[in-house]
Design a protein around this ligand. Structure first.
Ligand SMILES: Cc1cc2nc3c(=O)[nH]c(=O)nc-3n(C[C@H](O)[C@H](O)[C@H](O)COP(=O)(O)OP(=O)(O)OC[C@H]3O[C@@H](n4cnc5c(N)ncnc54)[C@H](O)[C@@H]3O)c2cc1C
Length: 446
């Protein structure tokens, strides 16, 4: 006699609390078992020391423990997702459980969409339900459209509509859900957490000090003072929630509620995050091509030496160098500084934004395709709602404005101001004019 169950597949939602998809699975009428797949397709492209994998691994371990403490089980396997699901369903059958439904929270990146459509097809062929839930953003890409049904490509009207849709919703999209208040767990055989080494990663990837830059509680003082302090990289003026949002170790709803309570400005940043998710969903080509096609005509310089100096934080521009060294050392970079270093690469060095985007993707612990591509295309001028190309940040004036005493710079570039500090690799006035002339010529070509 088989027992019908539901499977809940965790991906970028490494928590039980306020998890929409898990709540839906627990409300399905069947006992639930959790599953996490260390996705070979994603992992095989990473280097053996990768703190993000360590962070995920650490949190999957904590999640397994949380399941156990509440009387349930979360399985964790390494492999290709469809194969892992097929194997899991078979193994559960051997134990007397029939998986009737798979629930999971929707992810909007092009890879995730194609992965999920493969799994959905297999479920349909096998007579199993496959249900996607909205958890990662407050309002999914299709919910915030212009009156004629077209997607927004400019942030301000998108944001206005986002508020309107939220207010008009019949069921409050910000209401928390408590998965443990419904249903039950299935009593399946436990499986151990795969070791990092067995998946090809150094054990050091999982040392919690590796993500210390994000180890800050969300506090009302920081958020309330956000509008005044957010641009000062030497201060604790931003919240460092990006890693937690990336892997769902906090719920987006809880942060948005916090934003409504404490700061409109901070809330606006969370809406930027949703805007970029929507842009990537509606315009998936923008992950690799210029959002505005004519920007792909820019003859980027193949400046390997300049790029290497930028990566190493040795350009001779203190704010750029401090940002790159902070990134290399901690896996984080302050937003104001991200804008300055990105602009420097695309405009001063005239290096393709894709080179910088890939470097950030490798180094940022909070790397997220939609926001990263959005930020880079904004800086290069090629994105939706980007700064006009002729506005070129002056890295020195940016430092005067946002780090006038050099507190941030001194922390990351101790030799700044001594003879050991490198001379600028390119002169600002010359580089600015070269960028404007090159962009202008490329964009006005017939
Ligand atoms: C070139 C470039 C690349 C970027 N790459 C990423 C990336 O890969 N992943 C990422 O999460 N953010 C990225 N950002 C956006 C932003 O820099 C980070 O979200 C922010 O620095 C994270 O720090 P925080 O959590 O302290 O942010 P806070 O200022 O406290 O903001 C709260 C949250 O709002 C969201 N947010 C804030 N600013 C932005 C923004 N400009 N765009 C989208 N969401 C935003 C983030 O989720 C952030 O955690 C990038 C920005 C630029 C200019």
């Amino acid at each position: 006699m088989m027992t019908d169950i539901s499977l809940f597949w965790h991906r970028r939602d490494l928590r039980i609390a306020d998890n929409k998809g898990l709540f839906a699975a627990r409300s399905s009428g069947h006992p639930v078992v959790g599953l996490f797949c260390f996705d070979r397709h994603i992992l095989e492209r990473l280097q053996s020391l990768d703190r993000r994998v360590g962070y995920i691994h650490h949190h999957v371990g904590l999640l397994q423990q949380a399941y156990r403490e509440s009387g349930g089980h979360m399985l964790a396997h390494h492999g290709h997702p469809l194969e892992v699901i097929q194997r899991t369903v078979k193994d559960l059958e051997r134990q007397g459980f029939k998986v009737k439904e798979i629930h999971t929270n929707r992810d909007y990146s092009p890879y995730s969409v194609s992965r999920d459509s493969g799994v959905a097809q297999w479920c349909a062929d096998s007579g199993m339900g496959f249900h996607l839930h909205e958890d990662h953003v407050i309002l999914p890409p299709e919910a915030v459209l212009k009156d004629d049904g077209a997607p927004y490509t400019v942030f301000t009207p998108y944001s206005r509509k986002w508020h309107k849709v939220l207010e008009a919703a019949h069921q409050d999209p910000l209401a928390p859900s408590d998965p443990l208040s419904e249903g039950s767990w299935a009593s399946v055989e436990a499986v151990p957490l795969p070791a990092l080494e067995s998946m090809g990663f150094d054990a050091e990837s999982g040392t919690p000090s590796g993500w210390a830059a994000f180890d800050r509680p969300l506090d009302a003082d920081t958020v309330s003072a956000y509008a005044e302090r957010r641009d000062i990289p030497s201060q604790i003026g931003t919240t460092r929630m990006s890693l937690h949002l990336r892997f769902g170790t906090v719920s987006t709803r809880s942060l948005v509620r916090f934003g409504f309570e404490h700061s409109d400005k901070w809330l606006t940043e969370l809406i930027w995050r949703e805007f970029y998710q929507a842009i990537l969903h509606h315009f998936p080509h923008s992950a690799q091509d210029a959002f505005r096609a004519k920007y792909d005509r820019i003859p980027w310089r193949q400046d390997e030496d300049g790029f290497a100096a930028w990566c190493a934080g040795r350009t001779g521009y203190p704010l750029v160098d401090a940002g790159m060294r902070e990134l290399n050392e901690t896996g984080f970079m302050h937003n104001r500084v991200r804008m300055v270093v990105a602009s420097f690469l695309c405009k001063h060095l005239l290096v393709d934004w894709r080179w910088g985007e890939r470097y950030f993707a490798e180094k940022l612990l909070d790397f997220e395709l939609a926001s990263n591509v959005g930020g880079w295309q904004w800086a290069s001028g090629s994105g939706c709602d980007a700064a006009p190309y002729f506005r070129v940040f002056n890295p020195e004036s940016q430092m005067k404005k946002f780090d006038p005493q050099g507190h941030y710079v001194k922390r990351w570039v101790p030799e700044w101001g001594t003879p050991d500090y490198v001379a600028p690799i390119v002169e600002h006035k010359f580089a600015r004019q070269r960028a404007i002339d090159t962009y202008k010529a490329a964009l006005t070509e017939v």
